[in-house]
Write a protein that binds this ligand. Structure first.
Ligand code: NAD
Ligand code: TYD
Length: 353
């Protein structure tokens, strides 16, 4: 049994599905179901006795303590977070609450549960903290990629809140010996991603004939990783990672935002031609840049390759095509996430850009 937090979100849901398919052992998914948490992501597990859902907030320590006592997990895999940079610019408070206070609450309850475990369960226990490459700040085009020893320099409230949580996780190992592992991963893409992030936003806006809003000059660079590869990296870290260590996970696939948007448009031109829009890229609209927009992220994933034998399997072009195909064939899911709240957010985020 493992306890996953935030398993109704994009990466968490992909991880739960992947875990049950590959490991076959039970999962408890503890999720608050914020705007980003969608039980429909795990609808295929309905009736599967290996899957238990518990709705709640990681800041609720009593609830966390009771879940740990009831289910006696051998690991906690911690995804729950506020995860969108643009939202953190509009409202940083929630990010400090969930990402910092929530991670602290979870660490405290994990420490108390773990301290009381008998051997060998105690030595086998792991707290795996899922984090981001954004904690390292921004690279210039000539800088080497982020490694595990790159100093932290978070620039957005989101990145700062994740950096703070990483530091707490590290301290719980150093001070109390809690067997933690942290993974810092690059930008993910794939099925089930909420359409506020670049790739699903572009796919769905294009299909609806709406502008494709590119920040600034579109030359910011991200290192894209298919979500299934991220899940495999987390499984490897859980199985073979050394407690107290951090592992960078990346796709070896640096692209400018414009390259990504062009690639999405080319796939849609082929798979869903629209007689009213000759080429989807004609919808590209340059909008005012995101404040504090990081120029470039790139991951050096040599450590996880060398120590744990993990490497990304999916090439960007193929993974992106699979992703576009997924959005084209899951209308019900798409319709269910494009609710009134989503529209309100789009208006408030883009009105001033
Ligand atoms: P997401 O926003 O899609 O999902 C977050 C999930 O956490 C949702 O299901 C939400 O309901 C839940 N949640 C939020 N606050 C909670 C709380 N207080 N208590 C319990 N549950 C809560 O996020 P994601 O993109 O799947 O990211 C998951 C994790 O991976 C995050 O920690 C993020 O920082 C990290 N990460 C994401 C990326 C990426 O590209 N998306 C890259 C690297 C790391
Ligand atoms: P995003 O998916 O928000 O991830 P992150 O900010 O965590 O990297 O954005 C990826 C890149 O795409 C980032 O450089 C900002 C840019 N972007 C746009 O140009 N337009 C958009 O509408 C969005 C959401 C992002």
């Amino acid at each position: 049994m493992i306890l996953v937090t935030g398993g109704a979100g994009f990466i968490g849901a992909n991880f739960v599905l992947d875990w049950i398919a590959t490991e076959g052992s039970p999962v408890v998914n503890f999720d608050k179901l914020t705007y980003a948490g969608n039980p429909a992501n795990l609808a295929s597990l309905k009736g599967d006795s290996r899957y238990v859902f518990a709705q709640g907030d990681i800041c609720d320590r009593k609830r966390v303590a009771s879940l740990l006592q009831t289910h006696q997990p051998q690991a906690i895999v911690h995804f729950a977070a506020e995860s969108h940079v643009d939202r953190s610019i509009h409202g940083p408070g929630e990010f400090v609450q969930t990402n910092v206070v929530g991670t602290f609450s979870l660490l405290e309850e994990a420490r108390s549960y773990w301290s009381a475990l008998p051997e060998p369960a105690k030595s086998r226990f792991r707290f795996l903290h899922v984090s981001t490459d954004e904690v390292y700040g921004s690279l210039s085009s000539s800088d080497p990629a982020f490694s595990e020893t790159t100093p932290y320099a978070p620039n957005s409230p989101y990145a700062a809140s994740k950096a703070a949580s990483d530091h707490l996780v590290r301290a719980y190992h150093h001070t109390y010996g809690l067997p933690v592992i942290t993974t810092n991963c690059s930008n993910n893409y794939g099925p089930l991603q909420f359409p506020e992030k670049l790739i699903p936003l572009m796919i769905l806006n294009a299909l609806n004939g709406k502008p494709l809003p590119v920040y600034g000059d579109g030359k910011n660079v991200r290192d894209w990783l298919y979500v299934g590869d991220h899940c495999a990296g987390i499984r490897a870290a859980l199985a073979k990672g050394r407690p107290g260590e951090t592992y960078n996970i990346g796709g070896n696939s640096e692209k400018t935002n414009l390259e990504v948007v062009h690639a999405v448009c080319a796939i849609l031109d082929e798979l869903r031609p629209n007689s009213l829009i000759t080429h989807y890229l004609s919808l590209i609209t340059y909008v005012k840049d995101r404040p504090g927009h990081d120029q470039r992220y790139a991951i050096n994933a040599e450590k996880i390759r060398r120590e744990l034998g993990w490497e990304p399997q999916e090439r960007f072009e193929k993974g992106l095509r699979k992703t576009v195909e997924w959005y084209l064939s899951n209308n019900e899911w798409v319709d269910s996430v494009l609710t009134g709240d989503y529209r309100k957010w789009m208006d408030s985020n883009y009105a001033k850009r």
